[in-house]
Design a protein around this ligand. Structure first.
Ligand code: NAI
Length: 330
């Protein structure tokens, strides 16, 4: 059987080929899945997709008409899949629910440490023979308060890391993971925002959480605090954040995700004119650090994604129960 792998980068190919079972042929396309690129899946019974592929009703119908019967997500989030349309078409849809949550939590730490101690600026300075310290002043994190919004798998891993560094950790979550006793204190969002020196977002993007960081919530934050987002770009109203950075209300911003990232991230745009003025404005601040959705990107997580993706495919082929299935053809 043959599967079409969309949004495939060289690293996807490497890890998927390592995990691929004999008898499964994979064809790789760097293109994102959208209506125009559906024909690439000709002759395939499954598509394998990532966070910025589009699986709306017209795309799913076109795939189904070509004989595609399974959608294998190489990610946990499925906000890009029209599940109602997939159910109507009796498609099998499965995801990778968790892949090394510590990888994302560790990336959040990397962002905090880089932005706080300006190691990105120090690196460039020292390579030019500039050993001046002016502009590199940071704060000691030990003893500071870190607010974790969303204490699921990744948020809990982040809480354990910051607790281990001697920070006071607050978590805001309607249903936090139970193992945080002695590590973190529960808090409501407003109290967390008011007390935290660093606020790190780890909750999913839902209608209820879209733009949870807006003008009003930014005003409730401690003046000069740092905001970190490794979850989903839509949690933050970027225009409001820019205003808060300009006024100094927000002291620093570190993001691995951006609301309009689908047209930018995972591609080399270094020779292009970037027309997203909001993103470009963010890039002008010395106290803003952006990475391109790489929180998950470790060897261990890539291996896990590949292994679970092919385990999901095996369930589809054998018709066996699949714990990671969002939909199984009834
Ligand atoms: P999870 O499902 O284990 O935890 C999410 C937590 O958020 C749950 O405990 C839930 O109760 C909580 N929550 C829901 N609504 C909330 C609200 N209004 N306020 C506070 N908490 C709320 O998910 P996990 O695995 O920890 O992932 C978290 C997010 O990280 C994902 O939704 C995804 O968007 C993002 N992610 C980012 C990656 C990256 O590479 N940057 C990679 C993988 C996931």
């Amino acid at each position: 059987m043959k599967i079409a792998v969309y949004s495939a980068q060289p690293y996807d190919r490497r890890f998927l080929d390592e995990a691929r079972a004999p008898g499964v042929e994979a064809v790789y396309f760097s293109d994102r899945l959208e209506l125009d690129t559906v024909p690439l899946a000709q002759g395939c019974s499954a598509v394998c997709v990532f966070v910025n592929d589009r699986l709306d009703a017209p795309v799913l119908e076109a795939l189904h008409a070509m004989g595609v019967r399974a959608v294998l997500l190489r990610c946990a989030g499925f906000n890009n899949v029209d599940l109602k349309a997939a159910e109507r078409l009796k498609l099998f849809v499965a995801r990778v629910p968790a892949y090394a949550p510590e990888a994302v939590a560790e990336h959040a730490l990397a962002l905090v440490m880089t932005l706080n101690r300006r190691t990105h600026r120090a690196y460039a300075r020292v390579r030019e023979g500039n050993f001046a310290l002016d502009g590199l002043l940071g704060m000691t994190l030990h003893g500071k308060t870190v607010g974790i919004v969303g204490a699921g798998q990744i948020g809990a891993a982040a809480a354990r890391i910051f607790h281990g560094m001697g920070c006071k950790v607050l978590v805001s979550d309607p249903a936090p993971t139970p193992q945080l006793q002695g590590v973190a204190e529960r808090s409501d969002l407003d109290a967390l925002l008011a007390q935290s020196d660093v606020v790190s977002l780890h909750c999913p993007l839902l209608d209820a959480t879209r733009h949870m960081i807006d003008t009003a919530s930014l005003a409730r934050m401690k003046r000069g605090a740092m905001l970190v987002n490794t979850s989903r770009g839509g949690l933050i109203d970027t225009a409001a954040v820019i205003e808060a950075l300009k006024s100094g209300q927000l002291g620093a911003l570190a993001i691995d995700v951006y609301e309009q990232e689908s047209t930018l991230f995972f591609q080399d745009h270094s020779s292009d004119i970037i027309t997203d003025d909001v993103f470009q404005r963010l890039m002008t601040f010395p106290n803003v650090l952006v990475t391109g959705h790489q929180g998950f990107f470790t060897i261990e997580a890539m291996r896990e994604i590949a292994a679970v993706t092919f385990a999901n495919l095996a369930c589809f082929l054998q018709g066996s129960p699949c714990a990671n299935a969002l939909l199984t053809p009834g």
